[in-house]
Design a binder for this molecule. Structure first.
Ligand code: AHR
Length: 325
């Protein structure tokens, strides 16, 4: 009876707290009424990678006993900014987000800092020079990913002298992975003039746009040797366009992508993609760990890098049965 009464009082207190816009108190150890509250503003649901990333964050929050206020910005920076402002008003304990684009974050990050709410960047960086506006940035090195893609290409065409015509499907304009993957790839291939990027356009990180843009590339350029797509989804869309044009993906046109989600790995194991640079979406466990540390006032590393590898056909075939995403 006493137990039931205490539970009722607790539920009432929590409800009042929610109405008052409280986001948990300062203890933040994930237990009982001390539950740490995290506001997370996600980019959207543009790719298989993003779906896996969202699942990782949601599952890890619940395992860590963290209350997650999850917001899907549907690919729009203005939606993310609004969500962050809402999290500030609600006085969550920690704000985390994966910025749609790199620029334009200074003012809202300053508002969070002024409200004394720590911010953690996940997956994508911002270009604000004031690094005191966020506690840490956890995610991949996208420039390195682009370099790995370029290095594979250089090796593949080693000893050949004829021009190699490359088309590039870029990610969302202004997004860190689009900027950096382009830069890293370009830095490596520019050393050899036989590599020519004959067309480069955004495919918005989606299958639909990847397919549509590849159709246009194929019409305009009958002589494409290589496709470099900034993610698997655009590469998979492009494969449909290549097949519809009567060409064999992976043979007539070599394909390099980034991510290594299951669908991409399957296409690689079938020889339709030639090489994939991994970008891990499983950032949830580390994010929850960092959030707890930040909330407890511990010092954390300002940059937490994700460990990643690359896959050729054989490696993809071996990895597929245990691939988590
Ligand atoms: O920011 C990570 C990128 O965003 C992934 O590579 C891409 O698939 C996603 O949409």
């Amino acid at each position: 009876m006493l137990k039931r009464w205490s539970a009722a009082v607790l539920a009432g207190a929590l409800a009042l707290g929610a109405l008052a816009g409280c986001g948990g108190d300062s203890a933040g150890d994930g237990g009982g009424d001390d539950k740490l509250v995290m506001g997370f503003a996600q980019v959207g649901a543009e790719s298989g990678w993003r779906t896996a990333n969202t699942k990782s964050i949601q599952d890890s929050a619940s395992k860590a006993g963290i209350e997650l206020k999850f917001f899907d910005a549907q690919g729009k920076q203005e939606n993310q900014i609004k969500a962050i402002r809402n999290f500030i008003t609600q006085r969550v304990d920690v704000i985390a987000f994966s910025p749609v684009v790199e620029s334009g974050w200074g003012p809202v990050l300053k508002e969070a800092k002024d409200a004394n709410i720590p911010v953690i960047l996940t997956d994508r960086a911002v270009d604000t020079p004031d690094t005191t506006l966020y506690k840490t940035f956890i995610g991949s090195d996208f420039v390195l990913e682009g370099k790995k893609a370029g290095e594979w290409l250089v090796k593949e065409y080693e000893g050949k002298t004829e021009p190699v015509n490359i088309v590039e499907l870029q990610g969302t304009p202004g997004a860190a992975p689009a900027n950096d993957r382009k830069e890293g790839f370009g830095d490596v291939i520019k050393a050899d003039p036989k590599f020519k990027v004959i067309a480069s356009q955004t495919g918005q990180f989606t299958r639909t746009d990847g397919k549509e843009v590849m159709e246009a590339f194929l019409k305009a350029h009958p002589d494409i040797d290589v496709l470099y797509a900034h993610n698997d989804d655009m590469g998979l869309g492009a494969i449909e366009a290549i097949e519809a044009a009567g060409k064999k993906p992976g043979t007539d046109i070599k394909i390099i992508t980034v991510d290594a989600v299951k669908d991409g790995m399957t296409a690689l194991s079938q020889g339709k993609i030639n090489f994939i640079v991994e970008c891990s979406p499983l950032l949830g466990p580390q994010l929850m760990d960092l959030a707890k540390k930040v909330h407890a006032g511990e010092t954390i590393e300002p940059r937490v890098l994700t460990e990643e590898t690359t896959f050729n056909q054989e490696q993809a075939t071996a990895a597929l049965p245990t691939r988590q995403y």
